[in-house]
Write a protein that binds this ligand. Structure first.
Ligand code: NAP
Ligand code: FE
Length: 367
């Protein structure tokens, strides 16, 4: 019997992709708020040139700069910035930076609009948020088009995302030129994150014909970057293709969420300091082995669409820049129980139980 999967789609982000789009979008910066908080990390916004461009278009407007968002944002920094918003009557946020600054800014947009504790973001209904303009300076997370913000929860020793349609940025400006200043290391790790959004979305139990359209287009764009990523040569076209792939990955996971690979990766970041994209792809072999078993046709499609000859070719590509880490059985058991708390495990084919997650950590560490 013919059965169409239910498709739901909501995408309220007004988006521009192109060189100098911030300068060309001056009107948006003049209209979105009267007093802005510009949220950034320590250095990326400045190095990329994006902060300079934003300050130019804001000429005459009132603003404050909060540049304390760390990689994998903490409760402390978002709480501090939320308080600044309320004290100084900030009415709009501009986020400039990688996924960390963008995710931090989404949380600040909520805490700046309603007095609540950071933990409430995960436990209470979100009723209000300040309008947000997002300007990514990495090409990886797609956070500029997602309703997710991922924060570090120290008391749980992990990262967790909260979601709300109110934290979709109102506007997003994607200028690939802002990623030229990224180091080789972060260009690779963020590209890996974009790839993982694309294939995990395609392989999610929630994927639909619509989400697959974004994932397919994004994987095609990513496939053009394999050669340059191998050679560490990032010309203008590659920077564009990576940013486009990242945006499409964001669109894809907005429809489906991520899967086990992201859930497994959080402990590699929390306990071993892996940047987010490398943390995910640390599990390339064990994840894809299981996907090939559970959904072979879809998995073969993904490998081919990303431009790899086969499973081995793909694994070697993703493993090449990763550091080796020794994990004990005790580590693997602890990380598996943390990963098992993430809802994305249930969206993964293969019916993964906690003991399977322990095996995946052990296999990844042995390689
Ligand atoms: P990031 O943590 O935002 O930034 C990584 C590093 O790159 C930082 O040291 C940053 O410096 C630097 N940097 C950023 N842009 C730069 C530039 N143009 N030039 C030079 N340096 C630059 O990395 P990310 O991979 O983009 O974001 C990772 C975070 O996003 C994780 O917390 C992850 O969980 C989250 N994420 C969110 C979503 C979502 O949908 N919301 C999806 C996937 C991942 P500074 O810190 O000094 O500025
Ligand atoms: Fe991610």
């Amino acid at each position: 019997m013919y059965q169409q999967t239910e498709i739901k789609s909501y995408m309220p982000v007004n988006l521009v992709i192109g060189r100098q789009c911030v300068s060309k979008g001056k009107k948006v910066f003049l209209e979105t708020g009267n007093k802005y908080l510009i949220v950034t990390g320590k250095s990326g916004a400045q190095k990329s040139g994006a902060l300079y461009d934003v300050l130019q278009v804001l000429a005459g407007k009132e603003y404050e700069v909060f540049n304390e968002i760390e990689e994998n944002p903490s409760f402390e920094s978002i709480q501090k910035a939320g308080q600044i918003c309320r004290d100084k009557k900030i009415d709009a946020i501009i986020a400039i930076g990688g996924g960390s600054a963008l995710d931090g800014a989404k949380a600040i947009a909520v805490l700046g609009a309603c007095e609540m504790e950071p933990m409430d973001l995960f436990e209470k209904e979100i009723k209000k948020a300040l309008p947000l303009i997002a300007i990514p300076t990495t090409a990886g997370t797609g956070s500029e088009v997602t309703p997710y913000s991922i924060l570090t929860i120290n008391k749980w020793q992990t990262k967790k995302s909260f979601a709300s349609s109110l934290i979709f940025p109102k506007h997003a400006f994607l200028d690939p030129g802002y990623t030229y200043s990224l180091s080789e290391y972060f260009t690779l790790s963020t590209a890996f994150d974009a790839a993982s959004h694309l294939f995990e979305s395609y392989l999610s139990k929630r994927s639909t014909s619509l989400s697959q359209m974004y994932a397919n287009q994004g994987m095609e764009s990513f496939s053009k970057c394999i050669g340059p990523l191998k050679e560490r040569k990032f010309d203008e076209e590659t920077r564009y293709n990576l940013m486009y792939a990242s945006y499409l990955g964001g669109m894809a996971i907005t429809h489906t969420g991520t899967t086990a690979m992201h859930a497994l990766g959080y402990s590699m970041t929390y306990f071993h300091n892996f940047p987010h994209g490398f943390a995910n792809l640390y599990f390339c072999r064990p994840y894809f082995t299981r996907m090939l078993k559970a959904v072979e046709d879809k998995t073969l499609h993904v490998i081919e669409k990303m431009g790899f000859k086969d499973y081995e070719d793909m694994c070697q590509f993703f493993e090449e820049p990763l550091d080796k880490v020794n994990l004990t059985l005790k580590d693997c058991e602890k990380y598996a129980s943390l990963a098992n708390m993430q809802a994305s495990i249930q969206l993964t084919y293969g019916d993964l139980k906690e003991k399977d997650l322990v095996d995946i950590y052990l296999e990844a560490a042995r390689l």
